[in-house]
Design a protein around this ligand. Structure first.
Ligand code: ADP
Ligand code: MG
Length: 619
C-alpha cells in the first residue's frame, strides 16, 4: 500500500518515498533517514548538531519557535517557553501534580484528577499533543529542506514503558504535524537496530540490555532478539530520573555554597533558569575535565568532578537498582546478557559508564553517539518498512484504527492503525450522567477525530448498570482483534460485574484506494479536526465543572456567604456563556477563573463538614 500525500494540494512538489525515523525526546529530538543504504541524521542547514532541543517558545507576535533559539528563551521568558513536554504527553493532572515546581510554565488543572493536562501560555491553552506536533513540524521542515521534497511518512520512537494513551498521543502529534505515522517503535528496539542487532545472523537468541539515561527519564529494557523478532522481556526505570536531576543536584549544591535557598530561586525564575543552564554546562564539562568554574554575577558556580560524582552517586545507584529489578523480571542473570547498549546523552558521564559496566560485568557498547542512536535505529526500521511496501497489504497489521464514540461524538481510537494483530487492548470509561443505566458502545473504524467522518462498524448497549452518580461506574471496554480481522468488543461494569460482548467483522474489505482516501482525509483535516476536538473536549469539561459547581453551592448553602454564592453564580454564568461560543481558550479561561475562585471555598466547606461529622462522635 503506497500513499503519496501532497499536503499543499498542488502537484508541483515532489513527494519523497523516504520514510523518516524520528526520536521525539524529552530533552532533544532529531530526525534520521536512510538513502542508498546509508543511515544518517539531519542537521539544520549549516548547523553543527542534529539535536533539536525539545523546547517551544511563543513569541509575543504569535510566532512559534522550536529548538536552540527557543532554548535561549528559557532564561528570559520562562513563562512563554515550554520544555519537557514529553513528560506530560497522555497524562492527566493527577499524574503530574508534583512536577509543577520544576516547570517554569503553567500546567492547568481542572479539579478533576483525570482530565488531561493543558499548558497555559498567555491567554492561550495548549495540549502536549499540539506542542509535540510543533517539534515534529520543525523536524519535518528540516528533513524537507535536506531532501528538497515533501515528507509524509514517519516512524516515531517512544520509551518501552509508554502506555496506550501515551502512544496514541504520540501518533496524534504526528498526524497534527502532517505525518502519517506508520509505526511506533520502542526506543530500546531502535537502539539495538542501530548497533546492527536484528537477530538475522545469530545462531541463538540474543539477550540485550539497553540502558537509556536521557534528560528526563531513565529506562532499562531487556530484549530477546531472534529471527528479526524483538521481544521485550522486561522493562524498568524511572520517569522522573535523568540528566535534569544531575543538573538539579549541582544547582542545590551551589545554592548551599552561596547561602541561598530554593525559595530565593522561586522568587526569581530568570535566575533559576540561568542557574539551571549553568549547571548543565558544568555537568557536560565534567565529562571531560576534572574541574568547572564559571560564576554567575556574585554567585559562585564551581564544582569538581569528585564532588559531582559524590552528588549523583545516589541517583546512579537508583538506576542500578532498576537494572537489578529488570533482570529479575526477565528471569536472567547479569552474566546471561550478551550485550549492554548505552543510550541517551547522560550515559556520557564517566561514573555512569563505570557503574553500568561493573553491574553487568562486561564492557558496554558506546561506540555510537548515544543521543543519536535511537533516531538512527528508527530510520533503519523505517527503511525496512519502505522495503516491504511493495507487498500489497501487511496482513498482520490493522490498516485503520478501531475505536468507539465518546461524549460529543469524538472518536477514541482503541487499537491504532498499523498495530500488529492479534491484539487485545482494554480501556476504562465511566458514565456522564447521574444514575445512568445504559451505555451505548458504538464502534468505528478510521482516522478522523469525529466519528461522523469515520465508518461505523456496529453498536451495542451495556444494560442494567446499577444506579450510581456520574463518574463512579468503572466500565472496561476491551477490543480483541484476531489475526483474521474479527473484532470482539466487550464491555463490563467492574463494580457490579454487568457484562456484554459483540463480534464485529472489521473491514479489510475496503479497497486500497478507499483506505488511502481515508488516511489522506485524516491528515489533511488534522488541524481542523484537532480544533473541533479541543473545542468539544473543553465544552465537555466545562459542563462537568458547571454541574459540580451547582451541586457544591446547593450542598453548602449554609456555609457560603451570599456574596460567595453570587460570585460563584456569576462565574458559572460566564462559563456557560463561553461554552455557547466557539472559542476554546475562552472556555478554558472561564473554567480556570471558576476553579480558582471556588477551590478555597471547597476547602473551607470540607473543613466545616468534617467538623460536623466529628461532633458527637466518641473518639
Ligand atoms: P532525551 O532522550 O531525554 O531527549 P538525550 O538523550 O538527548 O535526552 O539526553 C539529554 C541529556 O544528556 C541532557 O540532560 C544533557 O545535559 C545530557 N548530556 C548531553 N551531553 C552530555 C555530556 N557530555 N555529559 C553529560 N551529560 C550530557
Ligand atoms: Mg532519548
Amino acid at each position: 500500500m503506497k500513499i503519496n500525500i501532497n499536503l499543499k494540494d498542488g502537484t508541483a512538489v515532489k513527494n519523497s518515498d523516504i520514510i523518516v525515523g524520528i526520536d521525539l525526546g524529552t530533552t532533544n529530538s532529531l530526525v534520521a533517514y536512510t538513502a542508498d543504504g546509508e543511515t544518517k541524521t539531519v542537521k539544520a542547514h549549516g548547523g553543527k548538531s542534529a539535536l533539536v532541543p525539545s523546547v517551544v517558545y511563543f513569541a509575543p507576535d504569535g510566532e512559534i519557535v522550536v529548538g536552540d533559539a527557543a532554548k535561549e528563551k528559557l532564561e528570559t521568558e520562562p513563562e512563554n517557553t515550554i520544555y519537557s513536554v514529553k513528560r506530560l504527553l497522555g497524562k492527566s493532572y493527577g499524574d503530574v501534580e508534583n512536577m509543577e515546581e520544576y516547570l517554569g510554565y503553567r500546567v492547568i488543572d481542572d479539579e478533576d484528577e483525570n482530565t488531561l493536562v493543558k499548558i497555559r501560555v498567555g491567554d492561550k491553552f495548549f495540549t502536549p499533543i499540539e506542542l509535540s506536533a510543533e517539534i515534529l513540524k520543525e523536524l519535518k521542515r528540516r528533513m524537507e529542506a535536506e531532501l528538497k521534497a515533501n515528507i509524509s511518512r514517519a516512524v516515531i520512537t517512544v520509551p518501552a514503558y509508554f502506555n496506550d494513551s501515551q502512544r496514541q498521543a504520540t501518533r496524534d502529534a504526528g498526524k497534527l504535524a502532517g505525518l502519517d505515522v506508520l509505526r511506533i517503535v520502542n526506543e530500546p528496539t531502535a537502539a539495538s537496530l542501530a548497533y546492527g542487532i536484528n537477530g538475522q545472523n545469530a545462531d541463538a537468541a540474543q539477550k540485550i540490555a539497553v540502558y537509556d539515561l536521557g534528560g528526563g527519564t531513565f529506562d532499562i529494557s531487556v530484549l530477546q532478539i531472534e529471527d528479526g523478532i524483538f521481544e521485550v522481556l522486561s522493562t524498568n526505570g524511572d520517569t522522573f530520573l535523568g540528566g535534569d536531576d544531575f543538573d538539579r543536584a549541582i544547582m542545590d549544591y551551589w545554592l548551599a555554597q552561596n547561602d541561598l535557598t530554593k525559595a530565593d530561586l522561586q522568587k526569581d525564575k530568570n535566575l533559576s533558569q540561568a542557574l539551571r543552564l549553568r549547571a548543565e554546562e558544568a555537568k557536560k564539562q565534567l565529562t571531560y575535565d576534572l574541574k568547572y568554574a564559571n560564576d554567575l554575577g556574585t554567585m559562585q558556580c564551581r564544582i569538581s568532578r569528585d564532588k559531582f560524582q559524590e552528588l549523583i552517586t545516589p541517583l546512579v545507584k537508583k538506576t542500578i537498582k532498576c537494572c537489578e529489578n529488570a533482570l529479575k523480571d526477565s528471569g536472567l542473570a547479569a552474566s546471561e546478557i550478551d550485550r549492554v547498549i548505552m543510550v541517551g546523552g547522560s550515559t556520557r558521564v564517566p561514573l555512569v559508564q563505570e557503574k553500568v559496566a561493573a553491574f553487568f560485568g562486561q564492557a558496554v557498547n558506546n561506540s555510537l553517539n548515544p543521543d543519536e542512536v535511537v533516531a538512527i535505529g528508527a530510520a533503519i526500521q523505517a527503511d525496512v518498512l519502505a522495503g516491504t511496501q511493495k507487498d500489497v497489504l501487511l496482513l498482520d497489521i490493522t490498516p485503520l484504527s478501531l475505536g468507539i464514540e465518546t461524549v460529543g461524538g469524538l472518536m477514541d481510537a482503541i487499537i491504532p492503525r498499523n498495530s500488529k494483530v492479534p491484539t487485545r487492548v482494554g480501556r476504562n470509561y465511566t458514565t456522564s450522567v447521574d444514575g445512568q443505566k445504559n451505555l451505548k458502545v458504538a464502534v468505528y473504524q478510521g482516522e478522523r477525530d469525529l466519528v461522523k467522518d469515520n465508518r461505523k462498524l456496529g453498536e451495542f448497549i451495556l444494560r442494567d448498570i446499577p444506579p450510581m452518580p456520574a463518574g463512579i461506574p468503572k466500565i472496561e471496554i476491551q477490543f480483541i482483534l484476531n489475526a483474521d480481522g474479527i473484532l470482539q468488543v466487550k464491555a463490563k461494569e467492574e463494580r457490579s460485574g454487568t457484562e456484554t460482548a459483540v463480534e464485529i467483522k472489521s473491514s479489510y474489505g475496503l479497497s486500497e484506494e478507499e483506505m488511502g482516501k481515508m488516511l489522506l482525509d485524516s491528515i489533511q483535516n488534522a488541524e481542523a479536526d484537532m480544533k473541533i476536538r479541543s473545542l468539544l473536549e473543553a465544552r465537555n469539561e466545562a459542563n462537568n465543572v458547571l454541574l459540580a459547581a451547582d451541586k457544591f453551592t446547593e450542598q453548602n448553602a449554609e456555609i457560603l456567604t451570599d456574596e460567595e454564592k453570587q460570585r460563584t453564580k456569576n462565574l458559572a454564568a460566564a462559563l456557560k456563556t463561553a461554552t455557547e461560543n466557539e472559542d476554546k481558550d475562552a472556555i478554558n479561561a472561564a473554567m480556570a477563573d471558576l476553579n480558582d475562585y471556588t477551590t478555597p471555598l471547597a476547602h473551607r466547606a470540607l473543613d466545616v463538614n468534617i467538623g460536623k461529622a466529628m461532633k458527637g462522635k466518641k473518639v
